[in-house]
Design a protein around this ligand. Structure first.
Ligand code: ADP
Length: 377
């Protein structure tokens, strides 16, 4: 405290050094999370720079800062700005996505468990916190992002470098092969190496720009798309979506084992369609074993990121092209998706980035001229 009894900058910093970062450990000051401290006549203002705007403990951290400062004699008013600077994954020499800070894959052992639904809502919920987010539909066998995001047009091509501009929808930059197939019903036959190269092209030939998070909706199972993605860009991590029947858990554990073998950190497991909440009486009915997802995560030795109840509204939102977190932001469903999103973002922040991935070997143009035809049009 200054001789005139006024609070000083040093007092403020000392007080803030008693506030802990609950997820990462250590205090805010030694973690370099406090910036722009200004003090004038008992009024204190500063910024807390979080590692993600989706930090689930944002409110708690802000409150603890306020409490620590209000204890200081002479403090009349506290203004806290909650900012963020998203942590960056390790990059490899020739990184295809140098401007993308985190690449998060969403995977499942089998189809129909709600992987795309979780990917879309995860991406949209991250964007709602102010993060810069992309959504890549790498589920080339059954691209569902065009319908779920309500996009029915082909993306533009930048004539200067012939690269594709992702389509912006619901605050997300999106890309799907489905955008290039107008009726979405034409079956495409994919041979093994083509799959990997299609994924590679959608990473490299799309102008993603600066992103905090790129969410990648993978095809179900363990195949070429997963392999290429893991070998082409250093993934921050993978989220595994599953339902909690035993059979789904067994299949999910295979997917999980594959990513672990590829040295991709597993961010955790999301249990989808765990319970059914009656839209009329709000009664909650278990569909599978209660807590099955959590038990499965424990069995598999990975974090549990949360569960999403089954709700017919989720289907309706998906079919109408607006993610639930946008279409019904106040609903319990949206809250469940936001909780999972907070857990994913928090896991990303605590992860130690840095696994080196082998560079992918050269592939021929795998899209059978699909992309090139589109580019000429
Ligand atoms: P996947 O990507 O695993 O194949 P999708 O996300 O396409 O699965 O979902 C399959 C179907 O299940 C879709 O019709 C989707 O709307 C529906 N669905 C997904 N999650 C839920 C949920 N929590 N409640 C109700 N329906 C859901």
């Amino acid at each position: 405290m200054a001789e005139n009894g006024q609070v000083t900058k040093e007092d403020v910093i000392r007080a803030l050094s008693t506030v802990q970062e609950p997820e990462l450990g250590g205090d805010l000051v030694s973690r370099n999370m406090v910036r722009d401290v200004a003090v004038c006549d008992g009024m204190v203002a500063f910024e807390v720079v979080l590692t993600t705007p989706a930090c689930p403990l944002k409110g708690q951290i802000e409150n603890e800062c306020r409490q620590a400062l209000m204890k200081l004699p002479g403090v009349k008013q506290v203004t806290v700005r909650m900012g963020s600077n998203v942590a960056r994954r390790a990059q490899m020499g020739e990184d295809l996505l140098p401007e993308v800070r985190n690449v998060i894959a969403v995977a499942s052992g089998k189809g129909g468990v709600g992987k795309s639904t979780v990917a879309v809502n995860l991406a949209a919920a991250l964007a709602q916190t102010g993060a810069r987010v992309g959504l890549l539909d790498a589920d080339i066998y059954g691209p569902s992002i065009p319908v779920m995001m309500g996009v029915q047009r082909a993306p533009f091509v930048d004539p200067r470098d012939r690269k594709i501009l992702p389509i912006e929808q619901h605050q997300l930059k999106c890309m799907s092969l489905g955008f290039l197939m107008p009726d979405n019903a034409t079956p495409v036959v994919w041979r093994g190496p083509m799959v990997g190269s299609a994924v590679r092209q959608m990473l490299a030939d799309v102008k993603w720009g600066e992103l905090d998070y790129l969410i990648v909706d993978l095809p179900p199972g363990t195949g070429d798309a997963q392999l290429t993605l893991a070998q082409t860009v250093p993934l921050t991590g993978v989220v595994i979506v599953m339902t909690s029947q035993d059979v789904a858990v067994n299949i999910a554990s295979k997917a999980l084992a594959m990513f672990q073998k590829l040295n991709v950190p597993v961010l955790g497991v999301v249990e989808n369609m765990s319970t059914f909440v009656c839209p009329h009486c709000q009664h909650e009915t278990n569909i599978f074993t209660r807590g099955g997802g959590e038990q499965a995560a424990m069995k598999l030795g990975v974090p549990f990121l949360g569960s999403i109840p089954l709700d017919p509204q989720v289907v309706a939102h998906g079919d109408a092209g607006t993610p639930t977190v946008v279409a019904a932001a106040e609903s319990a469903q949206a809250e469940a998706f936001r909780k999972v999103t907070g857990a994913v973002a928090a896991r990303v922040s605590v992860l130690h980035f840095g696994a080196d991935k082998a560079a992918d070997g050269g592939h021929k143009d795998p899209l059978g001229g699909l992309m090139s035809r589109f580019r000429k049009s």
